[in-house]
Design a protein around this ligand. Structure first.
Ligand code: S3P
Length: 430
């Protein structure tokens, strides 16, 4: 993909459905009794992996991609069937980790694998707490990574109180989902609150779940019921338009119907702190998740420090925030974000390498990076490392940089946002 410097981006855009919520709607719909109708479902490759896995466990799922509408015919908590083949989650950590929690409570054994990136990502973070519940789950190659082998232990899982060392919604969700099959209450306490879509959706479907500060507690569920689920626009996808609108001179963009769950809205807070012209309009609720329209306009930005409790609320937006920081006056420090090193790629190393190639003064630290902003970026060849968020972040950087930029492996954006490049180009003026 080759991109040139853009004049200005103007207009309105509706981004695809939230990835985290789309995954959960399929998974929990499969475990519910009745038919779950999902609208504004994300047709990204990751969510299609979730559909594929649950179809191979006997769930009837109809997907109408032209309308982003999915119908899941749930079979109840004990209705999954043993898949014939190894389950393949592709690139999707959410599918792998959440499904692990569910599979520990079944009566059959399953093997799960995925692509080269997923096979390098740490799975001990779910294996450890699930094993503590009495689950039979192991890394088949003994390296703490996928492929995983899970022997379901329905009726033999104990409720636990788990103090998670990481603020990770995937870990929290895996444990809570296994807790649905436990012999007593299961709680997870996190160092900082991570996204709470699992808790909100399970509650909506009738689970007995309580949230207090950074602790979520679930009681074993006799059953879940089906509901209509409308997926809000993904704030992580909106982030590319927010950033483009703020750093490309003359831009003005209205992003409609974006999920603004407070466990996800860190980017909005940081934009304000950087002095951005950003407005949240028309706030409304769809199901249990709030949505709003986000208006952004180009203006001067100043550097800031990003760290602490806000990190989980913007973890996936840090690559594009780093791009924004290059256009802000002064220094931006990103810290407490070591989790970036174990995402689809080592996002600290990959961001620093690619930003340096564009002429940015940037230093990697163990848990983040330091960016000296305010100097013009120059186009160059960028390696996405097949990480969708890196590819999209550099598409934004490319539109704001001098000259021409080539992004290698840009098509990996299909993981979370098929059509992102044409949506970006569609707003370019002149
Ligand atoms: C996700 C949780 C986050 C996030 C990922 C999606 C989820 O990962 O980075 O893109 O849907 O639960 P961690 O739980 O590993 O922080």
């Amino acid at each position: 993909m080759i991109l040139q410097k853009a004049k200005a981006l103007k207009g309105e855009i509706t981004v695809p459905g939230d990835k985290s919520i789309s995954h959960r709607a399929v998974m929990f719909g499969a475990l519910a009794e009745g038919t779950t109708e999902i609208t504004h479902f994300l047709q990204g490759a990751d969510c299609l992996s979730t559909i594929r896995c649950f179809r191979s466990m006997g769930i009837d799922i109809e997907n109408i991609p032209e309308h982003n509408r999915v119908t899941v015919r749930g079979r109840g908590l004990d209705g999954l069937k043993q898949p014939v083949d190894i389950l393949d989650v592709g690139n999707s950590g959410t599918t792998l980790r959440l499904m692990s929690g569910i599979l520990c409570g079944q009566t059959f054994s399953t093997r799960i694998t995925g692509d080269d990136s997923i096979k390098k990502r740490p799975m001990n973070r779910v294996i450890t707490p699930l094993a503590r519940m009495g689950a039979d789950i192991e890394s088949m190659e003994g390296n703490g990574c996928a492929p995983l082998l899970i022997q379901g232990r329905k009726g033999a899982l104990n409720g636990i109180s788990y103090q998670s060392p990481v603020a990770s919604a995937q870990v929290k969700s895996a444990v809570l989902l296994a807790g649905l099959y436990g012999n007593g209450p299961t709680s997870v306490t996190e160092p900082y609150l991570s996204r709470n879509h699992t808790e909100l959706m399970l509650k909506m479907l009738g689970a007995d779940i309580e949230i207090k500060d950074t602790t979520a507690t679930v009681n074993p569920a006799p059953k879940l019921h089906a509901e209509k689920i409308t997926v809000p626009g993904d704030i992580s996808s909106a982030a590319y338009f927010i950033a483009a609108g703020l750093i490309i001179p003359g831009s003005e963009i209205l992003i409609k119907n974006v999920g603004i769950n407070p466990t996800r809205d860190g980017i909005l807070k940081i934009c304000r702190r950087m002095g951005a012209d950003i407005k949240i309009e028309n706030v409304r609720n769809t199901d249990s998740e709030a949505t709003a329209d986000i208006y952004v306009r180009y203006g001067e930005l100043k550097g800031t420090e990003i760290g602490g409790a806000i990190i989980p609320a913007l973890i996936d937006e840090l690559p594009v925030l780093a791009v924004m920081a290059c256009f802000a006056k002064g220094k931006t420090v990103i810290k407490d974000a070591a989790e970036l090193r174990v995402k689809e790629s080592d996002r600290i190393a990959v961001m620093v390498r690619n930003l340096s190639r564009m002429g940015v003064k940037v230093t990697a630290t163990e848990d983040g990076m330091i960016i000296e902003g305010g100097n013009p970026l120059k186009g160059g060849v960028i390696d996405s490392n097949l990480d969708h968020r890196i590819a999209m972040s550099f598409a934004v950087a490319a539109l704001a940089a001098e000259g021409e930029t080539e992004i290698l492996g840009a098509e990996c954006a299909d993981i979370s946002y098929p059509g992102v490049y044409s949506d970006l180009k569609g707003l370019i003026q002149g």
